[in-house]
Design a protein around this ligand. Sequence first.
Ligand SMILES: Cc1cc2nc3c(=O)[nH]c(=O)nc-3n(C[C@H](O)[C@H](O)[C@H](O)COP(=O)(O)O)c2cc1C
Length: 186
Amino acid sequence: MNKKKIVVGVTGASGSILAYRFLSYLKNQEVHLIMSENSAKVFSFETGMDKSEIEELSTSVYDDSDVGARVSSGSFIFDSLVIIPCSISTLSKIASGISDSLITRVASVALKEKRKFVIVPRETPLSSITLENMLKLSVNGVSVLPFMPAFYNKPKSVDDMINFVIARVLDNIGIPNDLTSRWEGL
Ligand SMILES: Cc1cc2nc3c(=O)[nH]c(=O)nc-3n(C[C@H](O)[C@H](O)[C@H](O)COP(=O)(O)O)c2cc1C
């Protein structure tokens, strides 16, 4: 099986466990991880784990301030970029064309090169500004895939709800998975 090259950005929105769980399903892929400074704080606060535990699940790790890292160039070919979870701050910067960190720089590359790009924002309620920014990203080809679990699969735990959303992300970037049962009709 050919490995997919996936760049994963993790930002300081709540739900950093999503990033950990997502990476745990990418063990057979080539994963390039970038964590924002704020995401590292939220990750240890929410999960009690050390940043090194999520880094261990990746092939390569980059500092978010290293805007000259090899992943920052359009010449670095990757299959998909997933920002999970994505803060509203990072989402808004990307929608405005700001690339002042490695995550936002790779995002601008994904947009200009028209690469597969998935964003998993977490915030509620959503302001009109955020909704406009999401629309802007969507019309530019980004899959805006919020953490929005369903109930038709009768989840029994938070894990089930997380798996539902991770399965949608994996589906979106073309990684076969059987994390949840598929809808067969009523
Ligand atoms: C515990 C905690 C939870 C947060 N949850 C969210 C959130 O769910 N959504 C969000 O947009 N920002 C959230 N924030 C705020 C972001 O961390 C903040 O906007 C930060 O500047 C984002 O920076 P980054 O996008 O570079 O990681 C949270 C902050 C903390 C400390």
